[in-house]
Ligand binder design. Sequence first.
Ligand code: SF4
Length: 476
Amino acid sequence: MRPTGKLHLGNYVGALQNWVKLQHTYDSFFFVADWHALTTDYDDTSRLADNTLEVVLDFLAAGLDPEKCAIFVQSHVREHAELHLLFSMITPLGWLERVPTYKEQQQQMPNKDLHMYGFLGYPLLQSADILIYRPDFVPVGEDQVAHIELTREVARRFNQFYKLDGKPVFPEPQPLLTPSPKLLGMDKRKMSKSYGNSILLSDEAAVVEEKIKNSVTDRPKLTDKGSPDRCPVGNLHQIFSDRDRLAYITQGCTQATITCVECKALAVQSVNAHLEPIRERRRKLAQNPGKLMEIVRYGAEKAAKTAEGTMVAARAAIGLLQMDAVKNVAAKIPADTALRVPETISSAKNEEEKWDIRVATWLEQVNKVHPLKKDRRGIFITRKGRKVGVHAAGEERDGWNFEFENRPVNVLVLLAEDKNRYLHPYVLPPKFLQNHWKFGESADRWIRKVDGTVVLAIGNDNISIQEYEGDYSALQ
Ligand code: SF4
C-alpha cells in the first residue's frame, strides 16, 4: 500500500481485512510502498515519513501480526531497487507505455508533470516488489490483474535470457483475487480520501456517527423505496451488520417501512462495534513509537532474508561477479539457506540438547565455507588454528541470555534463536573481543534489541553487534 496516511474503510474491506486472514495461511509480505509515493508526489515529501508510520499503525491495528507475516517499509529493503534496475535492462519501453494507468493518471492530474522516468517505470518497480519474494500468489482486486500480467511477462523474459543451473529464477505468480465488497463513499461516489467522503479506520466513534448521519442516501423522500446496494449506509450494513440486521434494513429500505434516520443509527452501531477493538489497538501502539520502529525493522530483516536469497540467484544467473567469490565470505545468509532450527528442538529435554541442535544447524552451513574442527564441547578450531567459542540461546522476553564459562578464545560465536526458530549467528572477531574483554568476565551476558539494534548488554554498556551477524570473515 502506498503511504497515503491514515487508511479508510475502503482500503480496509478492499485489501487489509483479507490480508489479516491470509497471514494465517501463507508466508506473507506486506509493506508500505514509500518509493511508489515518490513516483507522483516527488515535489512534496514533507509528510512522507509520518504517512508511512500511519499506514503501519493501521496495518497493526487491523490485526496484521509481525510474528505471522513480514510488515515493513519498502525503502528499508534495498533489494527491491536492485531488482528493479536489473529488470529495467530487459523490459521494452512499449510494455510500460501501454500500461493503462500511465496515460490515465497523466490525464487525471493535468497540473502535475508526470513525464518522469520513475513514473513510467513504477509498474516495473511493482514487478520487482513482487518477484523479489518469488511468490506463488499476489493478493489483488480485480482491477489490478493487469499489473500481475506485466509481472508474469517480466518474469518470463528474465527466465528466457538467464537461467541458474539450467533452471528459471522466477516463478510466474498468480493473482489471488481478494473478495472486495462494494463500499461507496458518504456522498455516493467511490470512497476516496481525495473526495473527502471516507470513514477512516481510526476515526473516533463520534466522528463515525457524524459522517454516517450526514451521508447521502438512496431515498430522498421518506415514502421513496430505496436499495441498500446503491446507498453508502446500505453498503456499511452489508459489510458490518449481522444477518438479521441486514435483513431488517433491506426489507425496510426496499418497502419504505423504516426511516433512513433509524437505518443510519443502526449502521453507526454496527460500524463502531467493529472498529472499537481496532481503535483501541491503534491508541496503544501510537503511544510507543520505539516499539513501532522495532516492528518495521524486524519486518525488514525478515523480508531482506528472502530478498537477498533472490538477489543471489538473480545476480548469479545474469553472470555478475559475485562478492562472495572474491571474499569467500558469506556476508549475509540468503533465505534459501537461512538457518532454521528444526522443530525437534521443542521436545529437547534440557539446555544441552538444545545447544546440540542449534550448533548442528549452524555447523551444517558454516562447514561448507569455513570448515571447523571440534576441539571439545563449545570450542572449535579454524583452519588457521584459531579457537572459536560457540554458544547458543533461545529468545526470552528481554533478549538472549548466554550462560558460559569464561574460557580464552580468539573468536566468539553467539547463536541467537528467535521466536520463529531462525538462528542469528553473531561472529565476534578477535579485535572486538580485545576491545570488550570485560564481556568475557561478566557474569551476566545478554544480547538485546535496543531501538531496533542488536546490542551486547554488559552492565550499563550497550555495544552494537548488528554488523557481525553472519559475517564469517573471522573464521577464514
Ligand atoms: S433506508 Fe438505509 S439503506 Fe435505505 S436509503 Fe435509507 S439509509 Fe440507505
